[in-house]
Design a protein around this ligand. Sequence first.
Ligand code: HGY
Ligand code: MN
Ligand code: MN
Length: 434
Amino acid sequence: MIRSNGVAPASRDTLLGGLSIDGARLWDALAALGEIGAFDDERSGLRGVNRLALTDADAAGRRHVVAAMRALDLELTVDRIGNVYGRRRGTDDALAPVMMGSHIDSVPTAGRFDGCLGVLGGLEVLRTLADHGVVTRRPLVVAFFTDEEGARFGTDMLGSAVAAGRLPLEAAYALADRAGLTVHGELERIGFLGTAPERLSPPHAYVECHIEQGPTLRQAGVDLGAVTGVQAISWHEVTIVGKSAHAGTTPMELRHDAGVACAKINLGLRTLIASGRFGPGFRATMGAIVPHPGLVNIVPGRLVCTVDLRNPDDALMRAAEQAVLALYEDVSRDEGVSVTWRQTARTNHVPFAEAIQARVTSAAAARGLSVRSLVSGAGHDAQELAHLCPAGMVFVPGEFDGISHNPREFSTPEQCTNGVNVLLDVVLDLAAEA
Ligand code: HGY
Ligand code: MN
Ligand code: MN
């Protein structure tokens, strides 16, 4: 159930709070966190970031942000799935807080903005309030959620999904990476297996500032995005078992090649897209392909690959999933291989609260910034928080066609400052509400 009630329409006077963040301080904070888990990417010559969830690099990033929370005298909470919350008291401290946040875990080939802008932007909002001696009526919380990316343990929005009740804690604990290391074991190993209850009591509202991770805003020459929601996501892990064979001695007609079956599925996805049957927004990606044994002179007898489906329309997503399962069966029959799959992530389209979207639009306009509505192509923690309270997002454009999950990911200091200033305005307005 998506909550959009409980939040009054925007009141313009607080939207014009007159405060602005320190953009240079935000930029320095992004650079400092970006050095944790950094690597030199030969191809681009840039510094990339690899802070895969619950690795030592993620742990170092977590400790770095916790130290920043402590420096702001925030009341710290670490819950049983490793989500971390920094709370700033309000004058009416018994009221439900307004929450900001995102994630600081990354894919292995990341840039320094994905997720970090929302967490460090939230802390910059709190620093700005502290600089000006402003105490809001409602308490404010900045959060970072565990394993938003899903790149290591296989399902996305792990921490926020547990906090919002979509994923049971024990199921999350049992998830394991390719080396068999579990979420529970890794949380314990890095010292972030917290004791606070993992189910989050509903905030008054949740606002997340995030890079768009796509070309829309930059190509339209628009300063910011008021996000309408997040499209449906469906992830499969597919296992194909054929027959291992010698590459030189085995006649083609005797082969059951898992690699060919995988290629047929990948091309089949492209054919489904091209059919137009599942709408213009339907996207399919085979991101991971792991043949076994993966050697030059052996026909792969076994192969594990991933399928990532996205669609802004739930009914079209369901129809597309049926077509993909039929594709698996066709390839299995044609190639004489077995194709089995397991669902590793599945969320419907999640709409964001109109009242939050309206605030983002008003706040941007009040600052003379251009803003447009758009649906998020990527998944975000906000989509889980939307099941607990009115939630919304401020999108910041990205350079180089908004490339993301890549060291070339880049938003300018001005773009980041604009986004976090609007985050400040919207949060100030929400935090003034009874
Ligand atoms: O996969 C996603 O959409 C997000 O980046 N985790
Ligand atoms: Mn992200
Ligand atoms: Mn991401």
